[in-house]
Structures are given as C-alpha cells and as structure tokens.
Design a protein around this ligand. Structure first.
Ligand code: UD1
Ligand code: CA
Length: 485
C-alpha cells in the first residue's frame, strides 16, 4: 500500500506534457486540409508524431490546431488514443511562440515536469530522439533543451548558436548575419522545456523580428537572461526535422519512409524481388523468408507470416496472413488467411473473411464476411458472401451465394466435403449438409440434407427437327429481302 502510494506520487512528480504545433495550412500543397493531416505511407503526419510520443510513454498531449480545425477534431475523435489528446485553438497564425501560448491552460494543469514541443508536420520524430533528449535535458538541468540536427542545406531553418557549456540562442534564417548563415546545426523544431520555465518565458515573447511573429525560439534567450541554463541535443536521426512544404516534399517524405521500412525488413530476412511500387506501412510485420514482389501494398495492422509469397499487385490491409501462404493479385481487407492457403489471381477478400489452412481460392473470386474451411477449393468466378463453408468443399465454376433479397442479408452454410456444382445459386438462408451435392446450374432455395444430391432444374427436352424448320423460315425471309442469289 505504502509502496504503491509512493510509486503514484513519483509518477505524478515526473508528469510530462507534449504540445504539438499543428496550426499550419500548407498553402503550397493546394489543399483545404490542415497540413498535418496529409499522409505519409497512408497515415497523417500528425499520427506519426502522436504515436512517436505514445511509444515514448508521453501520453498527455495537446494539439494546437488552426486552419480547418474541425478536420483535426474529427481525426482525433476516431483515433484510438493511449493517453489523452486534447486540442487548443490558435485562431490567428502569429508564430510558433503564439501557438504554444494557446496551450497555456493545458500546461497549467500540471507544471511539475517537462514539456515536449513538436511540429506536427515533421513526421520522423522518433522514440530514441524523444527519450534521449529528455535524458540529456534532465541530466544537464537545463530549463530548455533544443533537439538539433546537422544538415547539408540549412536554408530556412533556425541556426543553433553554441557556447562552451550550452547554447546562447537560435537565430532564424531571416534574422541571421552572413556568418551565422554558415552554421549547419539547425533547430529541428523539437524542444524540452521545464514546464514552469516555459510558462515564465511565454508572456515575455514579442514580435520584434524579421517576420513580425512570436518566435518560440526567443524563449531561449529569455530564459538565459533569467539565469536558467539552455542546452542542445543532437539527434542521430538525420530526418528528425524534415517536413514538407509542397507536394514534391511530401512525396520525398513518402519515399524516405518507404525505403527505411523496406531496409528494416531486408535486415529481418524478408526478400524483395523488386521494390518498384512496394510500400509497407510501419505497423506491418513480415516473417522471415517471405518474398515480396513488385507493386505490393501492405497497409495498416497487417501481419504476414513466414515463407509466404506475396506476388505482384497484392494489396493487403489490416489482415493476418499465416505461414507459407501464396497470394497473387489479391486484395484483402480485414481478412484472415491461415497457413499454406493459395489465393489468386484477381481475388478480393472483403472484411471479416477467414480462409482456413490449405484452402485454394482461384481467379475472379470474391469472398465477404465468410469462413472458408480447410482444404476447400473455390477455383473460379465465384461469389461467397455471408457464408460458413466447411472443410474440403469443392465449388464449381460460377457459384453464387444469393445473400441479399434487396432488404436483408442472410447466411449460407455448407457442410464438410460438399460439392457445389458449376453455376449453382445458393439462395440464402440455406444449408447444404455434409457431403451433399448440388447439380450444375441449380438454384437451391431449400436446405439440402447431408449426403443428398439436389437438382433444381427441369428435365432436358429434345425437340427433333427444330433447327431445320427455323432455317427454312429464315431463308425465306432473306430471299424476300435480298433476292435469290
Ligand atoms: C521553426 C523554427 C525554426 C526551426 C523550424 C524547424 C521558430 C521561430 N522557428 O521555423 O528555428 O528550424 O521551425 O522546422 O519557431 N505553427 C503553428 N502556428 C503558427 C506558426 C507555426 O501552429 O503560428 C506550426 C506549423 O504548422 C508547424 C510548426 O509550427 O508545424 C513550425 O512552423 P513553421 O512555420 O514551419 O516553422 P518556422 O517558423 O519556419
Ligand atoms: Ca514561419
């Protein structure tokens, strides 16, 4: 009890806040979205930043929104949050310092620890940088620690003015002297502040600079003048400050992320035949020995097992794929495929489909909200919707589960070892018993008992001489129209 209480107090004493600056419009993107909602590898840049914070254990987050702020509210509302993410509105865009001022009420809720400030449009902030800079910040006792990086072309960034035991300030590009412009260590836009020191500095910011903005960076000189210490932490991540100002920049971020993730999986023993058009979301996992061909998109929370072949053109989203699975031109959304199944080409697995071990799904097949049992074969041109299909069932070509009557959807069940003849319509709700057969072309409207054959079509009739009579009539008509030639 005593220990638990002590632990709680200790946790509380270390409470850290995060403020994410996300007010920007990104005019050059030519979009009416807030810039931070533009996507890198299918996830908004803001998502990258928030999840880096959450991965680092920082779960008390405030997003400062501005342009088209309702879209940010909508995004955050549907997002699974580990801790709390609240927002503050910056109605007018008067600079980074002004943006942080909008979060003062949030900061005042807990001033005991430190506050991390991040840019919502620099998606590659990472756990190592966040944790490393916090450790540096805490050890050095600085009131503010700026995360910096050294880059080849520092144009546009704030330059770090180093001193013997810390830094003396950050000079914005537009305010630099010619000598300062040569400095290649830049402000990444990520900082740790002691929360109390930040709250002390913010009201003292002014707009006496080249851009007439409240510069957050001026907090450093303000805190130094009050006798606090300011320091810098150089991130090992060269991309930590990289954002995008236009569509080309956004594409560049996507290319960087794409390559970094593919490199990581190469190190894990995944084979990429060719990376053209390949993108792997950062939450995806891939087993060793799996081979990924060109134009494959692996998205969301997808898990791919070992020794799979993910052939050309597959799109796999939020799906779990077992070991030894062979996919070729498959699109799978919220689906599950068990070991050694072979699927494709041109197959769509729609949400809530489960293809069990060793099943074979062939060309032009759509499966939706259905289970397909072990070793079952759905080889061609078939629609299986809202169905529970047993083991070792064979579907002939062109089978359709007729699951929708225009108002409601119904389920079909098919027992183990059943044989569904070509072009069977299974009008649901309907049950086909174990081992039952349906004759080709049947429209099955009633349950078929186990082991039976169901035929639902008329007996074939032969009408002798029919064609001859038809031909005679057609010939006479032709002669009337065109003459006898
Ligand atoms: C800022 C830093 C600069 C640093 C650079 C890193 C200042 C004064 N300068 O530059 O030293 O090298 O970031 O990228 O802080 N934002 C708002 N409201 C505003 C202004 C900005 O929410 O009124 C947000 C932007 O959407 C963005 C972030 O703050 O996410 C940074 O703003 P941006 O204008 O890109 O940074 P700079 O001022 O150019
Ligand atoms: Ca600016």
């Amino acid at each position: 009890m005593g220990a638990a209480l002590f632990y709680d107090m200790k946790e509380k004493a270390m409470a850290n806040n995060v403020v994410i600056l996300a007010g920007g419009q990104g005019k050059r993107m030519k979009t009416n979205k807030p810039k931070v909602l533009l996507e890198v590898l299918g996830e908004p840049m803001l998502e990258w930043v928030i999840s880096a914070c959450e991965d680092s254990g920082m779960e008390n987050i405030c997003v400062v929104k501005g342009f088209e702020c309702e879209q940010i509210d909508e995004y955050l509302a549907q997002r699974q949050t580990k801790g709390t993410v609240e927002t503050a509105l910056q109605a007018e865009r008067l600079g980074t310092g002004h943006a942080v001022m909008q979060a003062v009420d949030f900061l005042k809720k807990d001033t005991s620890g430190n506050t991390l400030i991040l840019c919502g449009d620099a998606p590659f902030i990472d756990e190592e940088t966040i944790k490393g800079s916090l450790a540096h910040h805490t050890e050095s006792g600085a009131a503010v620690t700026v995360v910096t990086s050294k880059i080849k072309d520092p144009t546009g960034y704030g330059r770090i003015i180093r001193t013997d035991n810390g830094i003396s300030g950050i000079r914005e590009h537009k305010d630099c002297t010619p000598e300062q412009l040569l400095i290649d260590e830049i402000n990444s836009g990520c900082y740790w502040f002691k929360t109390e020191a930040l709250l002390e500095a913010l009201p003292l910011l002014d707009r006496n600079n080249a851009q007439g903005e409240y510069y957050l960076t001026d907090c450093i000189e303000i805190l130094l003048s009050k006798g606090y210490k300011a320091d810098a932490f150089t991130s090992r991540n060269p991309q930590v400050s990289q954002g995008a100002n236009d569509r080309k920049g956004l594409l560049a971020l996507n290319d960087i992320a794409r390559k970094l993730i593919i490199d990581k999986w190469l190190d894990e023993g995944v084979e990429f035949v060719c990376t053209d058009g390949v993108s792997v979301g950062r939450k995806v996992t891939i087993g060793t020995g799996t081979r990924i061909d060109s134009n494959v998109k692996l998205r969301g929370n997808t898990v791919i097992g070992k020794d799979c072949k993910i052939g050309v053109g597959c799109i796999i989203e939020n799906s779990v794929i077992g070991d030894g699975v062979d996919l070729n031109y498959v699109q799978a959304y919220n689906a599950r495929v068990d070991d050694n199944a072979k699927i494709g080409p041109f197959v769509q697995l729609r949400p809530n489909s489960h293809i069990k071990k060793g099943a074979k799904i062939g060309d032009f097949v759509e499966i939706k909200n259905s289970t397909v049992g072990e070793y079952t074969c759905v080889a061609h041109l078939t629609y299986v919707g809202d169905s529970d299909v047993g083991k070792n069932v064979n579907f002939g070509c062109g089978v359709v589960t007729v699951n929708f009557d225009g108002e409601k959807k119904y389920r079909t069940t098919i027992g183990d070892n059943a044989f569904i003849g070509c072009n069977t319509n299974l009008v649901s709700p309907v049950n086909i018993g174990d081992g039952a057969y349906t004759g080709a072309g049947s429209t099955i409207t009633k349950d078929v008992p186990a082991g039976a054959l169901a035929l639902e079509r008329t007996d074939m009739k032969i009408i002798e001489g029919y064609a001859e009579r038809k031909l005679k009539a057609r010939t006479e008509k032709f002669i009337k129209a065109h003459g006898d030639e």
